[in-house]
Design a protein around this ligand. Structure first.
Ligand SMILES: [Zn+2]
Length: 400
């Protein structure tokens, strides 16, 4: 598809061009030019959600695209075929977000991963790390997800990976040019992940604020805090208000999922100190220390399985929460565009520059000043193909 967008404010993934023109040829941006003018709309790179769970459902990716998310990074899928088929299909399709997946996670025998998925292969110790990581990459894992979780948030006690094993996994992944992402739920887990040398840490503790020592350790790492999910986990006020934002114009099933559903939170056991303010404060400290933050929602709704953090729409809350934690709107938008593209090696997207894919989001107003303007969506394109948002949200096409 060939077209030009004229007189738009351009957030190019890193900086703001006050008014300009963008030319698209065959799904690729070919020209970006600045020109005088007073735009009413803002053009952004398609958003990248760096932490989701898709469970093999193409409808999740269609829903994501309708809300401006053109790429999703799935953080756990088993068996591998569940991720691979959809990753392949979404690469060729233009009516859904493109999917990349961690596939099978790294977890010890009897660990939290095995509780969720008993058949899943596990890693007993550092000596197995080379072979384990090689097997994951061979079966399609785009990056390696390590689960550091003793089960406390789920009311159980299970073994966790030790420092030497996590380090061996991070080294094995790095030797193969792959990133590691560590799931944590407390400060002990964060410290372990950072000392082991994983590239990215995901989630942020609810029961404590990360101390200066951990923040210092984090300086050369990346955080995907998933504030939208942390907020829903403790039932903090504000998160469910997304359901009623008229700009999102949510279909009833998503309005009900965000506003009322509890299914996906049912097994969560919160300690007495759990407080969303701790999570926001940790993110503020990490940001002040210069730690790279990426937008990830941990969206895990699926057709016939409502959850309060949903594909697509919830990224707009995550952006707002990062601004509440101290990022300015441009920094928050970078965390959803150029940031994840750079960190996860997606060099063909994340910026509005000649040669990049025409994954684009057009919104009314100026989200570089008022972040919630990202919700006022005028159009979404994937590789230059406009998204039929009504059709994408009709949803449940997989279920038939
Ligand atoms: Zn997750």
């Amino acid at each position: 598809m060939n077209f030009e967008l004229d007189d738009v404010r351009i957030f190019d993934g890193e900086r703001v061009i006050g008014n300009g023109r963008v030319r698209v040829r065959d799904g690729v941006i070919t020209k970006v030019a600045e020109r005088p003018g007073a735009p009413t709309h803002t053009l952004l790179p398609g958003l990248i959600d760096a932490h989701t769970h898709v469970f093999g459902w193409a409808d999740n990716l269609r829903q994501a695209l309708a809300y401006g998310v053109t790429t999703e990074l799935d953080m756990f899928a088993y068996p591998p075929s569940l991720a691979n088929e959809l990753c392949g299909a979404s690469e060729k399709a233009t009516d859904m977000a493109e999917l990349f997946s961690a596939g099978t996670v790294v977890s010890p025998p009897g660990g939290y991963g095995s509780v969720v998925m008993p058949d899943m292969p596990t890693l007993a110790g550092p000596h197995d790390a080379e072979a384990f990581v090689a097997a994951r990459i061979a079966e399609g894992s785009r990056y390696v997800k390590v689960v550091i979780d003793n089960g406390a948030n789920h009311g159980i006690s299970v073994p966790t990976l030790d420092l030497d094993t996590i380090k061996a996994v991070a080294d094995a992944a790095r030797a193969r040019g792959r990133r590691t992402v560590a799931h944590i739920h407390d400060a002990v887990g964060v410290r372990l992940a950072l000392r082991a040398g994983v590239d990215a840490v995901t989630h942020v503790p609810l029961s404590e604020v990360l101390d200066d020592d951990i923040v210092r350790l984090a300086s050369s790492h990346v955080f995907i805090p998933t504030l939208a999910t942390m907020e829903m986990t403790v039932g903090a006020p504000g998160g469910r208000d997304l359901a009623r934002d008229p700009r999102l114009n949510l279909p009833e099933r998503l309005r009900a999922a965000i506003g009322e559903s509890h299914d996906s939170l049912a097994g969560v056991h919160l300690g007495p100190d759990a407080d969303f303010a701790n999570a926001l404060e940790s993110v503020r400290r990490l940001h002040e220390a210069g730690v790279v933050l990426l937008v990830g929602t941990d969206a895990d709704d699926a057709p016939l399985r409502p959850a309060p953090v949903v594909h697509g729409a919830s990224i707009h809350r995550e952006l707002e929460l990062l601004v509440m934690a101290g990022l300015n709107p441009v920094q928050a938008l970078t965390a959803a565009t150029a940031g994840p593209a750079v960190h996860f090696g997606l060099e063909d997207r994340g910026l509005i520059r000649p040669g990049r894919r025409a994954d684009l989001l057009l919104v009314a107003g100026d989200p570089t000043e008022e972040i919630t303007a990202t919700r006022d969506i005028a159009a979404v394109w994937r590789q230059g193909v406009p998204c039929d948002r009504d059709k994408a949200l009709a949803g449940q096409q997989d279920v038939e």
